[in-house]
Design a protein around this ligand. Structure first.
Ligand code: NAD
Length: 465
């Protein structure tokens, strides 16, 4: 199919879109588990029926290989939908508290109620999974949903705006396309919940705006995720997994290893192993490879090139770029110091700085002197080394001897800690994000005989009871 044209939602229509979703939500139709399951099934069919157009859209937006879209987004998205479909009845069931003598007569119960009409704002880098994954949780929770895609992925954004209403109930689920004006208008309105995924700078704007309407927000942000290398690691496999995590989607991955901490004495050997992987992955060079994505736009191209141009480290692989093709070559830089340009912000591009340290203690200090990262990677064969790093640091997730794959593990939450985000999605965690746990009880009159002590007039005897 041809990808439809990208059309921005008129800003003035946004309040009425919100109102009509609210009205449909109030009708109560999302309360039934049967309805939610049907919508989840339809969402799964949307993905299954449209694998080609989805791949095509991401190829257009990011120059991404179809296989990478399947491996990094489609499987994971379908997994999240399936988990919600299979478990929604169990998750949504009211829970009676276990027997407690004082309370049992009142039947204390936790009701799982949808938070209402919710807003999911997501970025350009993994737009399928970061929209439809959490949306599956919101559907399971019984919420009405507005998806707000990134204006930087016009093909994907246009595709879902056109096709989702053909699969899902359009009275309850919708897409608002556009950039800052649309996002700003959305943020003037009150939502049951906002899930924002993107950079920290915009995260601050979202949180400030949401404070005005007292809308709860979960933030999935970025940051510099380190990889700590123990010389006692499986060198070849570690290098392969690290380069895969770094160079997928041209480094535009929130949980990409941002930089590497290596003992000085091992730096050259480790850099050599990384170079060999790059020769294997891109035998003709990444510039000629169909397996390597490009930067999303000129702004991000210039930003990453600027960081690279200003480095005082030694470029031992790569370093070239082509603005017209938005191409930055996979690049490895050794001897990078803490005050280097490449350490000044999240790189979010295919440049891997190697920061030499004395030992694991210095690596831990280095990590702890910075914002808690979204992910922390450790490559080691030593149980003591692994646990030392994990026990003495904080991060959204801590992954040993691999990169990225934790986003696909069923039962794992996906989220950060502190400056890398608050709240988490995926599977049950998405359901919980969009669910209000509403305690209810019903106190029968006969319990009164045990409760008279709570009423005035208060006496000395009542004070000590
Ligand atoms: P982006 O530019 O696509 O923006 C994200 C969203 O914010 C878009 O929908 C955009 O329209 C909206 N937006 C932009 N400016 C806005 C404004 N002024 N007001 C309101 N909304 C606005 O993506 P990005 O922010 O460049 O994304 C990259 C960042 O996202 C990286 O830092 C990356 O690490 C992070 N990220 C985090 C996760 C995670 O799960 N933690 C996942 C992916 C990306």
């Amino acid at each position: 199919m041809t990808i439809p044209a990208y059309v921005e939602t008129p800003v003035e229509r946004i309040p009425e879109i919100r109102d009509s979703l609210e009205k449909a939500f109030r009708s109560g139709k999302t309360k039934s588990v049967k309805y939610r399951k049907e919508q989840l099934l339809r969402l799964a069919y949307f993905v299954k029926d449209n694998v080609k157009p989805l791949q095509e859209a991401l190829a257009k937006d990011l120059g991404r290989a179809d296989a990478e879209t399947s491996i990094l987004e489609l499987g994971n998205t379908l997994g999240d939908i399936k988990t919600s479909y299979e478990n929604v009845a169990k998750w949504a069931k009211p829970e009676r508290l276990p027997f407690m003598f004082n309370w049992f007569a009142m039947k204390p119960t936790l009701r799982k109620e949808p938070k209402g009409v919710v807003l999911i704002i997501f970025p350009f880098n993994y737009p399928i999974w970061l929209s439809l994954g959490p949306m599956a949780g919101a559907i399971a929770a019984g919420c009405a949903v507005v998806l707000k895609p990134s204006e930087l992925t016009p093909a994907y954004s246009a595709l879902i705006a056109e096709l989702l209403p053909k699969y899902l109930d359009p009275e309850i689920y919708t897409v608002v396309n556009g950039a800052v004006p649309q996002a700003t208008k959305l943020l003037e309105l009150r939502w049951g919940q906002i899930l924002y995924t993107g950079g920290g700078r915009v995260g601050q704007i979202i949180l400030s705006a949401a404070a005005k309407t007292l809308t709860p927000v979960s933030t999935e942000l970025g940051g510099k995720s380190p990889a700590v290398i123990d010389p006692n690691c499986d060198l070849k496999t570690s290098a392969k997994r690290l380069i895969w995590g770094k160079m997928s989607n041209s480094g535009q991955t929130c949980v990409a290893p941002d930089y590497v901490l290596v003992p000085k004495a091992f730096e050259a050997q480790f850099a050599q192993a990384l170079k060999e992987v790059l020769y294997d992955f891109y035998p003709e060079g990444a510039g000629k490879s169909d397996s390597f994505s490009h930067m999303i736009n000129g702004g991000h191209f210039e930003r990453v090139k600027g960081l690279l141009d200003a480095t005082h480290g030694e470029i031992v692989y790569g370093g070239s770029s082509d603005k017209e093709k938005l191409f930055i070559e996979p690049t490895i830089v050794t001897g990078v110091k803490a005050d280097d340009s490449l350490m000044s912000e999240e790189i979010f591009g295919p440049v891997l700085p190697i920061v030499p340290v004395e030992d694991v203690d210095e690596a831990i200090e280095f990590i702890n002197a910075r914002d808690h990262p979204l992910a922390l990677y450790i490559f080691s064969k030593s149980a003591a080394f692994k646990s030392k790093v994990i026990e003495n640091t904080q991060s959204g997730s801590a992954i040993v001897n691999d990169t990225l794959i934790h986003g696909a593990v069923e039962g794992f939450p996906f989220g950060g800690v502190g400056p890398s985000g608050s709240g988490a999605h995926k599977g049950k965690f998405s359901f919980d994000m969009f669910t209000h746990i509403r305690p209810t009880l019903d106190n029968p009159s006969w319990v009164e005989m045990m409760m008279s002590g709570r009423y005035p007039p208060y006496t000395v005897a009542k004070a000590s009871s």
